[in-house]
Design a protein around this ligand. Structure first.
Ligand SMILES: [Zn+2]
Length: 198
């Protein structure tokens, strides 16, 4: 085996870089906890139970929970991109998906892992919509506004972020979302996504 040898300038450069990356990590961790503390993170234990039940396993790969593999709370829109621990932004994820997705934008990550982004987005919408079904037609446009809540769903817990989040993700992928609503009859949401890119 050849002895490991580095020229002095290279060694100091490497040590400096290591020290910098450590303080960068610490700074990032501090920033993250400040961001989380500053915003609404109101996912309750009951909501979390309902969400886990609705997905029936890891929202991304379908892996189910077991005694030694508990599903973790993953923010669809990562904390670093403005996402929060709220009922509309949290899905259950297995340890491996959660670690691999990390801070990546969700649709990029799904595509990279060859997972079906359409199936995921449609289910995310369906599950988020469970609690807020009846939107008066006169106010349907407002469903895309952040923090807007239909008057008819104000007695249901939520923050009015679900549709705005779905819209943001779909539009960022070159797609579109349309809503048709008839009060008392229901709401139809159509998600259009561009075809697979070569
Ligand atoms: Zn998974």
């Amino acid at each position: 085996m050849r002895p490991f040898r580095l020229a002095w300038p290279t060694l100091t450069r490497r040590l400096t870089r290591m020290a910098f990356s450590q303080s960068r990590r610490a700074r990032a961790a501090r920033k993250r906890s400040r961001r989380v503390a500053a915003a609404v993170n109101d996912l309750t234990a009951v909501q979390w139970a309902v969400i886990q039940d609705a997905w029936g396993g890891c929202a991304y790969c379908g892996a189910t929970a077991s005694a030694d593999a508990v599903l973790q709370r993953d923010c669809v829109l990562p904390i670093s991109r403005g996402g929060r621990y709220t009922a509309q932004n949290v899905v259950p994820a297995c340890r491996s998906c959660n670690a691999s997705k990390c801070n990546e934008e969700v649709t990029h990550w799904l595509r990279r892992k060859r997972l079906d982004e359409r199936v995921f987005l449609v289910r995310l919408y369906d599950i988020n919509a469970m609690a807020a079904l009846r939107i008066p037609a006169s106010e349907v446009e407002r469903a895309f506004d952040r923090f807007w809540r239909a008057p008819s769903s104000r007695d249901v817990a939520g923050h009015g972020l679900g549709m705005s989040l779905v819209n943001q993700i779909v539009v960022s992928q070159g797609g579109s979302v349309t809503i048709k609503s008839a009060q008392g009859r229901g709401t139809t949401v159509a998600i259009t996504l561009p075809g697979d890119r070569a």
